[in-house]
Design a protein around this ligand. Structure first.
Ligand code: FAD
Length: 690
């Protein structure tokens, strides 16, 4: 294939970018992430902190560090749990560390009486999480520059590894696999198996629990550790601040950082620092009564936030009031919900995951993932604090017996408060130290959405297309409701003057801490992605986006329509969309017709309505019907995009495409698969799936 000028420009840019990237990987500390640095400066947070892990462990008296590479907080949570367990069961002096905050060129000086653990999530297409990029490039690089020049380089390093992945992705757990391989190659000694958790099969938690026990046994043997009766020691101390009230200016009521507290919030806006954005417009996209899908336009003109078509926007949700109430009630804190407290780390390497002084209400509402499924290990930890012996026996059984736990909790979608309320049979759990919740619950995580607008058309207005999460639960009157999407739904209701903005009886603090989100505002930041249109609009594109998977393709088509209107030569633009019924959940139906006015025959939308005939028709069936054209377009170097459901759709589209290529080119299916693999490697096949 010939390269045109635009391609060359893009290639040059990629090369330069790659060079900068690797340079950054080798000469630590010289070129830093401008965002991280600006944020650190703005907050004075990281100033003066050592990036030398050996030094850090020495000065804090630690013999075990647990590094995490985490995107959504789960790996970080597992790291904390390992730290806690190592300390309570074996008396290890543990610390948890963000991979991003340390350098690794002296990993060869970690003495053999210490152990380094890695808890590593694999993100997207087998990529490291944002905070693990530098480490990953370093450790898997061809020429790992370690300080001492030992042979083998990491001969004295003892390590433990666990990965978090999703088997529906092509590069299942590639982070932990590749890091493990790299460490082995450098002569390091792994203790226990390299564990792998599978989110795709829904067994992440159980995979983790099943992996860690033999790992601890192997570690105890290797390091001569003796197991003791596990004693709970709080990581955080709670200090009552009786001289402060929730109206005192220094008290955080949900503000994410000091700038937000003081009303001086400014960019860069990122995963540590959201922009409180006005919602310009919001509306419903479905006409079905019992299902909701919403479109939001987020106005970022008051910030320096930018995006490119295909990027993701992160929404920072708050928990619904009824769940906050339930949680505070079951642990007997309703009366004290507005008491001001400070939370102090009781040991130097622990970090309080939210700013204080604050209130119990603000912690539960803004900072803890209290609605998430309960973890079996956490239930086991809480057993010791049961209000009666009978309840303790039940909690212990739930904590130890996997099948019993899943029978009892699985069908009910219990979160922690619902479980405690059920098991406690009305008794309050007043013995649980509040520290246990800070340690045992995940931090409330931002939710990502594929931006559904084009940055060319609306650079300062970011669109979101989201289905409101709701699932019927047998035996419960009201369905399970997702955190972020119901929060967004409530904002939409408010904006549209609905007399009952609280959807389904759930109340949200829509005005935010100190009414700072008054009007209709939502905290957001933008995450850049690699899901991108070809730089040359003349290239053909094939897009597969059923349901909300169509989100980024609304942006893509919007962009190409604008380019066509402005006179660019735009290539074939083929979109496969699927939903249940044309009359029910056909999103943006009238908009597509508008885009067609600009794009003419270049644009075609192929629809699959799964519930309009006896036979269920999905996008992959329609794709198959278009085999001939699809194959021809691919031979003309069309870009191929898939967005939406990772579990089934994306996989099936992949295999249908391999068949199309095999048949169209008269090669074996295996060869077809290989062609698809090459397309992926060359970015000609891009996925944005969740
Ligand atoms: P959550 O409260 O997070 O619940 C999500 C699921 O977790 C539930 O459905 C349930 O299966 C499980 N769960 C939660 N709590 C419990 C419990 N107590 N017991 C048992 N199970 C439980 N979504 C879109 O609609 N549009 C998009 O464009 C889009 N783009 C995305 C792009 C990326 C890169 C990613 C990673 C995700 C994207 N998503 C998108 C998904 C989105 O981020 C959210 O996951 C989704 O909106 C649900 O969020 P929620 O807070 O409402 O639900």
């Amino acid at each position: 294939a010939e390269l045109d000028t635009l391609d060359l420009v893009v290639l040059a840019a990629i090369l330069l970018g790659t060079l900068a990237y690797f340079t950054k990987g080798k000469y630590w500390g010289i070129v830093k992430d401008p965002y991280a640095t600006a944020f650190a400066n703005a907050n004075g947070a990281k100033a003066g902190r050592t990036r030398n892990i050996v030094e850090k462990m020495d000065e804090s008296g630690k013999n075990c560090v647990i590094f995490y590479g985490s995107q959504t907080g789960t790996a970080e949570d597992y790291a904390s749990r390992l730290a806690k367990e190592g300390k309570s069961r074996f008396g290890l002096e543990t610390m948890v560390a963000d991979l991003e905050e340390y350098d690794f060129d002296n990993l060869d000086t970690v003495p053999s009486d210490k152990v380094v653990m890695f808890v590593l999530a694999t993100y997207g297409e087998g990529e490291p999480t944002d905070n693990a990029v530098d480490f990953y490039e370093f450790i898997t690089g061809d020429d790992v520059a370690l300080s001492e020049g030992n042979d083998p380089a990491l001969g004295s390093l003892n390590y433990v590894a666990f990965g978090l992945g999703n088997n529906t992705y092509e590069h299942y757990n590639s982070m932990v696999r590749n890091v493990d391989k790299a460490l082995q190659k450098l002569g390091a000694h792994r203790i226990g198996e390299a564990g792998e958790g599978d989110d795709g099969a829904g067994t992440m938690e159980e995979d983790f629990l099943a992996w860690k026990d033999p790992m601890w046994a192997a570690l105890a043997a290797k390091m001569g550790l003796e197991e003791r009766e596990a004693v709970y020691e709080p990581t955080f101390g709670i200090v009552d601040r009786d001289n402060l009230t929730r109206d005192s200016t220094e008290v955080y009521l949900g503000e994410p950082n000091k700038m937000h507290l003081e009303g001086t919030a400014k960019g860069p806006f990122n995963a540590h620092n959201p922009y409180i954005a006005p919602i310009a417009e919001s509306r419903e996209l479905f006409s079905a009564k019992d299902r909701n899908c919403i479109h939001l336009d987020i106005d970022v003109s008051g910030s320096n936030l930018t995006y490119q078509t295909g990027d993701h926007i992160a929404v920072w949700p708050t928990n619904p009031g009824d769940e906050v109430d339930r949680f505070l009630d079951v642990i007997g804190l309703t009366e004290k919900r507005n008491h001001v407290i400070s939370v102090k780390a009781l040991e130097p390497t622990a970090k309080v995951p939210f700013p204080t002084p604050t209130t119990y209400d603000a912690i539960v509402r803004y900072h803890l993932e209290v609605c998430a499924p309960v973890s079996r290990q956490f239930v086991a930890t809480l057993a010791a604090f049961s209000p009666s012996d009978e309840i303790k026996a039940e909690m212990t059984r739930l904590g130890n017996d996997k099948d019993y736990f899943h029978d009892k909790t699985g069908p009910h979608f219990y979160n922690i408060a619902r479980l405690l309320a059920t098991v406690g049979k009305g008794q309050k759990w007043t013995n649980i130290p509040f520290s246990a919740f800070i340690e045992g619950l995940n931090k409330l995580q931002p939710r990502y959405y594929s931006i559904s607008s084009s940055s060319l058309v609306q650079p300062k207005k970011i669109s979101i297309t989201a289905v409101v999460e709701s699932q019927m639960i047998p035996g419960r009157s009201e369905p399970f409701r997702g955190v972020a999407t119901n929060y967004l739904f409530a904002l939409k209701q408010k904006q549209n003057g609905d007399p009952k903005p609280e959807p389904f009886g759930q109340t949200y603090e829509l005005d935010g801490p100190r009414n700072k989100y008054d009007g209709v505002h939502v905290p957001v930041h933008v995450r850049h992605s690699n899901f991108k249109l070809p730089s040359d609009p003349g290239k053909p594109v094939i897009m597969i986006g059923p349901g909300t998977g169509v989100a980024p393709f609304r942006g893509f088509v919007q962009e190409r329509a604008r380019q066509a209107r402005e006179g660019a030569e735009v290539g074939r633009t083929l979109l496969f969309f699927g939903c249940r019924k044309s009359t029910e959940d056909f999103m943006y139906e009238s908009e597509w017709a508008e885009y067609k006015k600009d794009l003419g025959d270049k644009f075609e939308m192929v629809t699959a309505f799964s519930r309009e005939s006896n036979k269920k028709v999905y996008v992959q069936h329609r794709l198959k019907e278009r085999s001939k054209e699809v194959n021809e377009l691919l031979q003309k170097k069309a870009f191929f995009y898939v967005c939406g459901d990772a579990a089934n759709m994306a996989r099936e589209v992949n295999s249908v495409l391999a068949q199309i290529i095999a048949e169209g080119r008269g090669v074996s299916e295996q060869k077809g698969e290989e062609v698809v693999k090459h397309m992926r490697a060359a970015n000609q096949y891009q996925e944005d799936v969740w």
